[in-house]
Design a protein around this ligand. Structure first.
Ligand code: APR
Ligand code: PHB
Length: 394
């Protein structure tokens, strides 16, 4: 017999979407329980992205979880686009009048959120098993799960599906309800973490004949670098020397040196654009990677997940304070308007900066012309800048 529990909002997944939502609801006086099938240690050391838009930084600060981010995050006011061996800076401050971006690793954000949830008596249950969601087309949805072998049933008013792309919530929506839009890219990213002081103040996005390369960082001592590779590349065939050699070639620029160091982590990620519509069904609300995936070229994944739950938290607050479902009923529509704009930007950055196996010399000239236009036209640079620092929530 399952132990039955009750809460207002049941949240599946303790990634950025689930934890930001749970803490926002707490600050609004709404109860929630977060169910995560991995351990806290695993979630807090998993290497993922690290670029926070201004809107994400402002929200985390308002939520009271921004102290370490402020102290350790690196604030940037621009990025460099590099092609033909020459760099071109996109000046966010000049072009958007707004502040820049903050480099602060996703797993550090999760640590801060977990600490805040635990400190405020929040219920974040790690290492639960066999999570399943039920009756979300009725008015008393339930989440079943096991913890240490004991079955539980959590009854709630709403379920937030924050369980990522490979989660169980989206597949639980009955067939025929969701429409999938997707594009797979014919390449991947080989990413490394290295004990090397970053060779640049700001991120460098590079277009090169041999493929894309990105110089990013995590701290004044740790560099994060990526290079375009085959989608099915075997990481074992990429020795540290070969990786550095390839990065040296692609990032080369007169009078500039790439500092190497011990590679401490390396991995290959596939590249896809993915959206499901609608992002809600009954009392089940999809947020973050459970509803959409962007290629990492625009650094949007984390920020889009946070934007979704900001909209969802506001709609839930409205419901619990007025009884009205208005904002809940338009949640999907409001999120998808922004999701598609961010999908467009991420696809555009990916298309402009990567080599495609089926391209021809015309395409290469066109890509170079696009880079030349973006780095010489104020209007075009402004478009990139306003998307990169983050589009307004609505
Ligand atoms: N039961 C419980 N938890 C689950 C289940 C399940 N069946 N399946 C997945 N999860 C957990 C995962 O372990 C993970 O911690 O859900 C969480 C989903 O988190 P993310 O994948 O990080 O997704 P999201 O919170 O939407 O954040 C999206 O994270 O991965 C980056 O690039 C991505 O930046 C994007 C951001
Ligand atoms: C990162 O620092 O991991 C990073 C930065 C920019 C991107 C993607 C990833 O576009």
């Amino acid at each position: 017999m399952a132990i039955s529990l009750r809460t207002q909002v049941g949240i599946v997944g303790a990634g950025p979407a689930g934890l930001v939502l749970s803490h926002l609801l707490y600050l609004q006086g709404v109860d929630s329980v977060v169910l995560e099938n991995r351990s806290r240690e695993y979630a807090e050391q998993r290497v993922r992205a690290g670029v926070l838009e201004q809107g994400t930084v402002d929200l985390l600060t308002e939520m009271g979880v921004g102290e370490r981010m402020k102290a350790e995050g690196l604030v940037h006011y621009g990025i460099e686009l590099r092609f033909g061996g020459r760099g071109h800076r996109i000046d966010f401050q000049d072009l958007t009048g707004r502040k820049g971006i903050t480099i602060y690793a996703q797993h550090e954000v999760l640590k801060d959120l977990n600490n805040a949830r635990i400190a405020s008596g929040g219920q974040v249950l790690f290492e639960v098993e066999n999570v399943s969601v039920h009756d979300f087309d009725g008015d008393k949805p339930r989440i079943r799960y096991q913890k240490n072998g004991t079955p539980y049933e959590l009854t709630c008013d709403f379920i937030a599906a924050c369980d990522g792309f490979h989660g169980i919530c989206r597949p639980s929506v009955p067939p025929g309800i969701l429409t999938v839009y997707e594009r797979e890219y014919p390449f991947g990213w080989l990413g490394i973490l290295a004990d090397a002081p970053p060779s640049s103040e700001e991120l460098i996005y590079t277009y090169h004949d041999r493929g894309f390369a990105l110089l990013s960082m995590r701290s004044p001592h740790i560099s994060r670098l990526y290079l375009q590779c085959k989608p099915d590349a075997n990481i074992d065939l990429w020795s540290d020397d070969k990786i550095w050699q390839e990065l040296q070639i692609r990032l080369a620029s007169d009078g500039w040196t790439l500092t190497e160091g011990q590679i401490t982590q390396k991995g290959i990620t596939s590249m896809r654009s993915f959206v499901v519509e609608p992002m809600q069904y009954g009392r089940l609300f999809l947020a973050g990677d459970s509803a959409h995936i962007v290629p990492p070229t625009g650094a949007k994944g984390l920020n889009l997940a946070v934007a979704d739950v900001q909209i969802l938290a506001r709609a839930l607050k409205h419901f619990y304070s007025t009884g009205s479902r208005n904002l809940l009923d338009t949640y999907s529509e409001v999120c998808l308007r922004r999701v598609w704009k961010v999908q467009r930007f991420s696809w555009w950055m990916t298309s402009m900066l990567h080599r495609f196996p089926d391209e021809n010399p015309f395409d290469q000239r066109r890509q170079l012309a696009e880079l030349d236009y973006v780095t010489t036209s104020r209007a075009a640079a402004k478009t990139l800048a306003e998307n990169y620092v983050g589009l307004p929530l609505e």
